[in-house]
Write a protein that binds this ligand. Structure first.
Ligand SMILES: [Zn+2]
Length: 420
């Protein structure tokens, strides 16, 4: 498919994402850099629709969503109570005014991106405001209030039987993996820093899913300061293998920017080149692909990374000198687009990486052994829904696709270019 990639954007998405306490004002910085290069002219810009309560319920519990609605006007003096803490509100996910509205808009961005793939509007959809991989069904965690990724995957599953989820954030994508731990339909692959005391603490090499999903989860735990070379070595050995065994129908890639060098919450040493290498391999698959953001706490570097990745998708080569725009002073002292590599020693030896690769190959045989029980899934997030006895029938799924189609046709005014 040679159509332009979809880029999810409107003022409210940026405004709401800018309100996230951990990445305050990052979204506008990312978008402004993309626009400063004129990349929006090479993209099909799509206005997102905020997620409804029904949409959010596809993954999140009603009790959590209802609790979020309580945060209307929060001031600095607000003291969290026991109920807040039960839902993960406090500490790294502080209360925010109108947080329910914020999560509806954030999730709506990724759901809209998924709809673009579902309807064949494009083969690649981008939402740099999404990628909140730590949020759980019953609560917030690790700066993430809503798991837009699971919600987008659930939307994709209306059409695509098998989804490969790839997570490049420096932290293990625990929220997404947990949602699909029992699933054969969603394979999760996460590369992350893994050492004692490093959040979230899960994602070891033996963490491969449970029961029916066993072998369909893959974690590549890396030592601190991993570089592009290490990621490339690991990715090139594992990714093709998973693709040949799992044969995904669509790919969702979380491109969390906190594995970039010098991230305040990171501890890895990637530059944009590591991510670009992974992205190129994913695009080579020529499957519908959803690209999402995630962590990334040195905002100019997150903007650099996601602008670079957008350029790869659009096939545009960018000038190394960042164009002058309102945020330009924030890119000093060099005002360059590249993230500069570090001289810190990568603690991953070739021997360690080869040991991991051998173990993962062995784990993938578990999937092969388990796959004879494979049935194209018609269920929602199995791990959670099965426990509550809920499900969805395939007729309902098909009906939803049609409804989406007509809805999108009726909303062609929402599909527009920047100049309109
Ligand atoms: Zn992270």
């Amino acid at each position: 498919m040679n159509r332009k990639a979809c880029y999810i954007w409107d003022e409210s998405l940026i405004k709401e994402c800018d309100r996230l306490p951990a990445v305050s004002n990052r979204a506008s910085m990312v978008h402004n850099l993309i626009v400063s290069y004129g990349l929006n002219n090479n993209l099909k810009v799509i206005r997102p629709t905020a997620a409804s309560y029904q949409d959010l319920k596809e993954f999140h519990s009603e009790s959590y969503l209802d609790h979020l609605k309580c945060f209307i006007d929060i001031d600095e003096d607000y003291i969290t109570n026991i109920q807040d803490e039960e839902y993960g509100i406090g500490y790294d996910c502080p209360p925010v005014s109108n947080i329910y509205e914020l999560v509806s808009v954030l999730a709506g961005g990724s759901i809209t991106a998924a709809k673009c793939l579902l309807l064949g509007i494009s083969s690649v959809a981008i939402n740099w405001c999404g990628g909140w991989h730590h949020a759980h069904r019953f609560g917030a965690e690790g700066f993430c209030y809503v798991n837009d990724i699971v919600l987008a995957i659930e939307k994709l599953r209306l059409k695509f039987n098998k989804i490969l989820y790839i997570d490049l954030d420096v932290h293990h994508g625990n929220g997404v993996q947990d949602a699909y731990n029992l699933s054969k339909s969603v394979f999760t692959l996460s590369f992350h820093k893994f050492e004692p005391g490093f959040y979230p603490g899960s994602g070891g090499i033996d963490d491969i899913g449970t029961h029916t999903g066993r072998g369909y989860k893959c974690n590549f735990p890396l030592n601190a300061f991993y570089t592009d070379k290490t990621l490339e070595f690991a990715f090139e050995k594992i990714f093709p293998l998973i693709c040949s065994k799992f044969k995904p129908d669509a790919v969702v890639m979380q491109c969390g920017a906190d594995a970039l060098v010098n991230d305040p919450h990171g501890g890895a040493c990637l530059t944009e080149h590591g991510y670009i290498m992974c992205l190129r391999k994913v695009l080579d698959l020529q499957k519908p692909t959803l690209l999402l953001g995630g962590g990334g706490y040195k905002h100019p570097n997150a903007a650099r990374l996601w602008t670079n990745l957008t350029a790869v998708v659009t096939g545009v080569e960018l000038d190394e000198n960042i164009p002058e725009h309102d945020d330009w002073p924030k890119y000093g002292p060099d005002y360059l687009l590249s993230v500069q590599p570090s001289l810190t020693k990568d603690l991953n030896t070739e021997q360690y990486l080869n040991e991991c690769i051998a173990k993962i190959k062995c784990n993938l045989n578990t999937m092969a052994a388990n796959s004879n029980q494979f049935l194209p899934s018609k269920s929602k997030v199995e791990a959670n829904k099965n426990s509550t006895g809920e499900g969805i029938d395939i007729k309902q799924d098909t009906k939803n696709v049609k409804e989406l189609g007509s809805q999108m046709e009726n909303k062609t005014k929402d599909v527009y270019d920047f100049d309109d």
